[in-house]
Design a protein around this ligand. Structure first.
Ligand code: LLP
Length: 444
């Protein structure tokens, strides 16, 4: 079993993360519990920042907050010098509440509402990643009313779609995001943006996919975007200060996963951009990237208590935990694979093949199919590593299950960063119309 970050096994054979015994964390905070390893998050941030510093290029590393958006994580990435990518007013609000410097916030999204644009303009965020013509005109108009001139990038689709191990060069126009380079709409967008008096065109943005283990897709995207930028620079005199290549850097969920080190991706991207702009007049553009998963993914572990099990002889044994698709919808949504260990007796030899089920009323609520564990029984603690990205942020209240707490651990200290939802939280937004109230009052 691969132990991530600061995870270790202590003398009692318990899983310890950030110097905190997971049994004690269960006592203090209950389960299910998301545990975030602060040291590993900081290390991941530094790996990107250091890799860019070594390239000698100007850069920004924006944490894609969609992966895990809370006020505490905003503070951590801010302290590490990263910028922040938000996709909605909710993420923007969280960042601003956390005191994240607005100038380092980038706003994404294919359907930003007028209210969202206003909110972001009022906050004077650093950059809008404009996705379509309607948004471009709307942003220009709202900025004009406010006497502002926000910086923008145009999101372009370079015709590269990357998956874990391969990338497909599609010339793919069929995406809800961005301006297509191949069909001319990106060029049209650049020309429009260049003319508009209330936006300042900084550069271009592209994002080719997620959980990518190879550099080729990034290299080709960087080449195509840079090539497109060169062409417009030569033909229309538009110069681009920024090339943003999005996120998508893969992480190790299971033993077989083979992600690359941050510096490998960064060097490949930097070299591709340098090559394309070599010989062109003016400064090299800055490179921006937007890692999400690879900042927080392997820093997160979900701790569950094992409850019931059902053994179907000759078929399989289901072992159920006190959470499931409500705290980790990724297996159900994407067929995502996870490993797990018994946190209260890590050293016991795995001896039984079981499948880990969640507690939701849905057959698809399975966390892990077929895993060898040391005969798990009710009361054992199951730790599922690598749940830091797109777990809490995609958690739901299906079956009115309360969302777990999130605790940040570091150097033997644990701090709650998100409280477990209460029963009151579950009904907080419910409204019972007057004509139905009798039955409510009769209960109390
Ligand atoms: N930038 C843009 C424009 C994106 O669309 C995304 C992810 C990122 C950056 C960050 O990508 P990352 O470094 O985290 O791979 N819910 C899915 C992942 C959806 C990713 C959406 N966009 C999952 O659980 O795998």
């Amino acid at each position: 079993m691969y132990l991530h970050g600061s995870s270790t096994i202590n003398e009692q054979g318990h899983l310890q993360i950030g110097g905190c015994d997971t049994l004690e964390l269960k006592e203090q905070y209950g389960t299910p519990l998301y545990i975030m390893d602060e040291q590993l998050i900081r290390q991941r941030c530094r790996e990107y920042m250091d890799a860019f510093r070594a390239t000698g290029m100007q850069f920004q590393v924006a944490y894609a907050s969609k992966a895990f958006c809370t006020m505490a994580i905003c503070r951590i990435v801010e302290e590490e010098g990263l910028s922040l990518d938000v996709v909605s007013e909710g993420e923007l609000y969280t960042a601003l509440e956390a005191g994240f410097p607005a100038a380092r916030i980038h706003f994404h999204g294919n359907n930003k509402t007028p209210d969202e644009l206003e909110m972001a303009l009022d906050a004077q965020i650093g950059c809008f990643v404009v996705d379509n013509f309607i948004e471009l005109q709307m942003l220009n108009a709202i900025a004009a009313e406010k006497g502002l001139k926000p910086a923008i990038l145009l999101r372009v689709t370079p015709g590269v779609e990357a998956h874990t191990h391969e990338f497909i060069s599609t010339g793919q126009e069929d995406s809800k995001f961005g301006f297509d380079i191949g069909n001319g709409s990106a060029e049209e967008a650049v020309k429009q943006a260049h003319q508009l008096p209330h936006v300042e065109l900084l550069g271009l943005h592209s994002h080719i996919g997620s959980q990518i283990f190879e550099v080729d897709g990034f290299e080709v995207a960087a080449q195509r975007v840079a090539d497109f930028a060169r062409q417009l620079q030569q033909e229309a005199g538009v110069s681009f200060k920024v090339i943003n290549l999005g996120g998508g850097f893969g992480i190790r969920y299971i033993e077989e996963d083979t992600p690359l080190a941050a510096h490998t991706y960064v060097e490949a991207i930097a070299n591709a951009v340098k090559q394309q702009f070599a010989g062109l007049e003016g400064e090299l553009p800055q490179i921006w990237i937007e890692p999400g998963r690879s900042i927080v993914g392997d820093a997160g572990t979900t701790l569950y208590t094992i409850g019931t099990s059902k053994d179907i002889p000759g078929v399989r044994k289901y072992v159920s935990v006190d959470g499931g698709m409500t705290d980790n919808p990724r297996p159900a949504l994407y067929d995502a694979k996870y490993e797990a260990l018994l946190a209260n007796r890590v050293n016991d030899e795995p001896s039984e093949l079981v499948s880990i089920a969640g507690k939701c009323c849905e057959s698809g609520d399975m966390l892990i199919w077929d895993i060898e564990l040391a005969e798990p029984v009710a009361g054992d603690l199951l730790a599922v590593p690598c749940t830091g990205a797109y777990n809490y942020s995609m958690a739901s209240n299906y079956n009115r299950i309360r969302r777990p707490a999130v605790v940040l651990v570091n150097d033997g200290q644990s701090d709650l960063i998100v409280e477990r939802e209460s029963f009151e939280d579950i009904t907080r937004k419910d409204v019972v119309p007057a004509r139905l109230r009798a039955s409510v009052t009769s209960r109390s």
